[in-house]
Design a protein around this ligand. Structure first.
Ligand code: BDR
Ligand code: CA
Length: 315
C-alpha cells in the first residue's frame, strides 16, 4: 500500500491533537510536515503544542514550521482557550516545550508548504484544520501549488448547519475569512469537511473510558479530553461527555474517503459584517461561477467514530 503523504496545517487544540495522533497511528498516512497557525490559541502556544505532541509521539523527526500569528486582513479577534484550556491542551499544564531542543525549522510555514508541494508534484495532500492563513500565504508565494498539490482537505465551514462561533460561521473560516475566500476561489482540488459532517460524528464517555484503558495515545487523549467535553456540555448541553470530532473526522476522510459523501458546489465566503466567515454554497448550481468544492454532506458516523477510537486505542 502506498501511503498518502500529508502536510498537516493545524492550531493544536484538543481535537487537532486527536487528529495528529490518529494520523500517526494510521498506516495509510505519512505525515511529512506539521505547520502551525494561530487559532485555538496564540501561535506561540499552538507551535509549542505541535512540538510537544510530536515529542510525546516519539516523532520529533517530523519537521514543524511555525506559521501565521494573525489573520491576513483583520486584527486577531479571539482565540479559544475557553474551549481547549489555557494551554489549549485541556489544561494538562503544557506551558513550555517538553525538551529545550525542540524547535521549529527556520523556514516559515507558508514557504514550507509552497516548497514541499512544488518539490513533489501531484503527491502531497494538504490537510488544514485551523484558520487558512498559511495556505493563502503559500498561494501568494507560489500560485502553481494549485496544480501541483494532490488534494487540499480543510476542516471548516458549513453548508447547512448553524455556525459554532456566530449564527452562521464556523470557527476556522471566521478566524480568517479573507484567507478562506482566497483558498475557495483558487481552484484547488478542494474538499470541505464542515460542520455538516463533523457534528454528526460524536465521541462520548464510553469512548474515553476505553481510551483511558488503552495504550499511550489513548491515555493521552483521555487526559486532554475532559475540559473539551465540559465545553461541549456548557455550550450545547450534550449528555454523557459527548464531543464533536471536527479535526479527527477530517483526518478520517483523508484515511478513508469512502466513509463520506459530498456534493460539488461553488462556495463563497463572506468576509465582513454579521455574516463574517459564512460559507455560502450554491446548492442550485445556478448563481455562482467560482470553482466547485467537494462539500461533504453525509457520513457513516458510527464507522468514523469507530475508526478514530480504534486507531487511537492501538498505540
Ligand atoms: C474547529 O475550530 C477549532 O476550535 C477546532 O480545532 C476545529 O478545527 C471547529 O470549528
Ligand atoms: Ca483545529
Amino acid at each position: 500500500m502506498s501511503r498518502k503523504r500529508i502536510l498537516f496545517d493545524t492550531d493544536p487544540g484538543v481535537d487537532d491533537a486527536m487528529a495528529l495522533l490518529l494520523a500517526l497511528a494510521s498506516p495509510e498516512i505519512e505525515v511529512i510536515g506539521v505547520t502551525t497557525v494561530f487559532g485555538n490559541s496564540t501561535i506561540a502556544a499552538t507551535t509549542r503544542n505541535a512540538l510537544n505532541l510530536l515529542h510525546f509521539a516519539e516523532r520529533a523527526d517530523i519537521p514543524v514550521a511555525r506559521g501565521a500569528a494573525r489573520p491576513m486582513v483583520l486584527p486577531l479577534q479571539r482565540t479559544a482557550e475557553h474551549v481547549h484550556g489555557d494551554d489549549a491542551m485541556g489544561n494538562i499544564g503544557w506551558h513550555d516545550v517538553l525538551d529545550p531542543n525542540l524547535k521549529p525549522i527556520e523556514v516559515p510555514a507558508a514557504q514550507f508548504i509552497a516548497e514541499t508541494i512544488m518539490a513533489h508534484p501531484g503527491a502531497i495532500t494538504l490537510l488544514a484544520v485551523g484558520p487558512l492563513t498559511n495556505l493563502a500565504l503559500a498561494l501568494q508565494l507560489e500560485p502553481r501549488i494549485v496544480q501541483a498539490v494532490r488534494e487540499v482537505v480543510i476542516m471548516g465551514g458549513s453548508v447547512s448547519m448553524p455556525g459554532n462561533v456566530s449564527p452562521v460561521a464556523e470557527a476556522n473560516i471566521h478566524a480568517d475569512p479573507h484567507a478562506a475566500a482566497m483558498v475557495f476561489n483558487a481552484g484547488f482540488p478542494l474538499t470541505m469537511v464542515g460542520l455538516d459532517v463533523t457534528m454528526q460524528v460524536k465521541m462520548d464517555d464510553n469512548d474515553f473510558a476505553r481510551l483511558r484503558a488503552a495504550g499511550r495515545f489513548g491515555k493521552f487523549v483521555a487526559q486532554i479530553a475532559p475540559f473539551y467535553q465540559e465545553a461541549h456540555r456548557r455550550r450545547y448541553g450534550y449528555p454523557n461527555g459527548q464531543i464533536d470530532t471536527h479535526d479527527p473526522s477530517a483526518m478520517a476522510y483523508v484515511i478513508d474517503p469512502t466513509l463520506f459523501e459530498g456534493e460539488h458546489w461553488s462556495v463563497v465566503v463572506a468576509t465582513e459584517g454579521p455574516a463574517q466567515g459564512m460559507t455560502i454554497a450554491d446548492r442550485r448550481r445556478r448563481f455562482l461561477d467560482t470553482p466547485p468544492v467537494n462539500c461533504l454532506m453525509r457520513v457513516d458516523a458510527p464507522r468514523v467514530a469507530q475508526l478514530i477510537v480504534e486507531r487511537l486505542a492501538s498505540v
